[in-house]
Design a protein around this ligand. Structure first.
Ligand SMILES: *Cc1c(COP(=O)(O)O)cnc(C)c1O
Length: 418
């Protein structure tokens, strides 16, 4: 459920008319519905209310402070993948005891920062990393809580760029050798091995891959018990899919019903790391039609947002629903909706049937709340767009649009060539 809806053919976010925001903020901009974020979080949280669990919002999907703060206020934890995300997590008010740290390339300084912040645990992706954490913790006179991320070799049935739990992926440790790895880590003096972690991919619409993964994880938990390793937390990662077009993803309730029979008997604390599920459909990208260009074979709707603002269509061939903020009649046209960037991949939709639009019209690119702004860049020297959050009948700019001055921040021309 999300709180974007049309009323008298005009798009609203909660009680705010989206074109009013466009008028005051200018285009392009991201617009988030706070109510949607809270609703999604609560749905997942209540689906698991029967067991000890912690939801760690995956900050890489959207790291805006206002969004993170909204979730921290609800009691959410954070799943981070860098020192920068840790910094933002703390600024947003997440309790360090609810922060888990994943990623295959953690550096010594990131590890040190996380240890000093006293986060809940590291999700360790290799034995070299385990050794590094052991060493850094030793230098600080601390003991580091860790989970080992195992790779359960499950096919989540999603796009190859967002599959992470198969043998050939760079993430985690092979489950076939997990006992050896856990034993080795358990013998490191400055590590406290408290958990098991697996994240198999993203935009997973069915419950089967999770069930498959959990079967392997629960077997591992009991095998570990046999060798005297008693882990406390079972982290099954994120990846819950959402509706972009005509997907039929399982609901939080269905997801819980499918996996609880496997989680409960383990008696372990469950950790979930949803990103897209919480924010994906809580955000849109609003853009303006700059030109309409008719060629011999095609109509191009050229908009003022580009692939530097939202790269998902170019990177993952992903589908985003696109509609005008104001719908005039029922007449449709077929067009390529493209941005201004000098790249052929700068295309939001190919041969798409949309309501007829004209130069100057405003469009909404839906389902842009996850992996949207966070993946944006300054390519083509384009200032990053503004982010706005709607709360009921009010809206707030939660990140200012960048200026041309921002584009040269930190750049220096050496004295020698002046
Ligand atoms: C990306 C990621 C997530 C979140 O994935 P979503 O598909 O957005 O839910 C969770 N855990 C880890 C380790 C990740 O890398």
């Amino acid at each position: 459920m999300d709180f974007f809806h049309y009323e008298n053919n005009e798009l609203y976010c909660e009680e705010v008319l989206v074109s009013d925001v466009a008028e005051s903020v200018g285009t392009p901009f991201y617009l988030y519905s706070q109510r949607t974020i809270v609703d999604h979080y609560k749905k997942l949280d209540s689906a698991f209310s029967g067991i000890d669990h912690l939801i760690c919002f995956s900050m890489k999907s959207n790291a805006n402070l206002a969004i993170c703060k909204t979730l921290a206020n609800e009691g959410s934890g954070a799943d981070i993948v860098s020192g920068g995300e840790l910094y933002k997590a703390i600024k947003a008010g997440f309790n360090p005891q609810n922060i888990v740290f994943a990623g295959v390339g953690k550096t010594d300084s990131e590890i040190e920062y996380a240890l000093k912040t006293d986060i809940l645990m590291f999700n360790v992706e290799s034995m070299s990393e385990a050794k590094a954490i052991n060493r850094v913790a030793g230098n600080l006179g601390k003991k580091a809580r860790i989970a080992l991320r195992v790779n359960p070799d499950v096919d989540p049935g999603t796009h190859k760029h967002i599959t992470t739990g198969k043998k050939e992926n760079k993430f985690g440790l092979a489950i076939d050798h997990a006992i050896e790895y856990f034993t080795e880590a358990n013998n490191m003096p400055n590590l406290d091995v408290i958990g098991i972690h697996a994240h198999i991919g993203s935009q997973i619409v069915s419950t089967e891959p999770y069930v498959e993964s959990l079967k392997r994880l629960s077997k591992l938990i009991s095998d570990l018990e046999k060798v005297g390793i008693n882990i406390k937390t079972l982290n099954i990662g994120g990846g819950l899919g959402i509706i972009y077009n005509e997907e039929n993803p399982s609901t939080a309730q269905q997801f819980a019903e499918a996996i609880l029979p496997l989680v409960k008997p383990t008696g372990r604390r469950l950790i979930l790391e949803p990103g897209r599920f919480i924010v994906g459909n809580a955000g849109i990208l609003v853009t303006k039609v700059v030109y309409i260009k008719q060629t011999e074979t095609k109509t191009f709707v050229i908009v003022d947002a580009g692939m530097n603002d939202l790269i998902r269509p170019a990177l993952y061939d992903s589908y985003h629903n696109i509609r005008p903020l104001k719908i005039n009649g029922t007449e449709e046209m077929t067009a390529d909706i493209v941005g201004p960037i000098c790249e052929s991949a700068d295309c939001f939709a190919k041969d798409r049937k949309i309501n007829v639009v004209q130069e100057g019209d405003l469009l909404s690119i839906f389902s842009a709340g996850a992996y949207g702004f966070v993946m944006s860049s300054n390519y083509n020297a384009r200032p990053k767009v503004a982010e706005v959050m709607v709360i009921g009948d009010k809206y707030f700019v939660v990140r200012k649009r960048e200026t041309y001055e921002d584009l040269i921040k930190g750049e220096v021309i050496p004295q020698d060539i002046l």
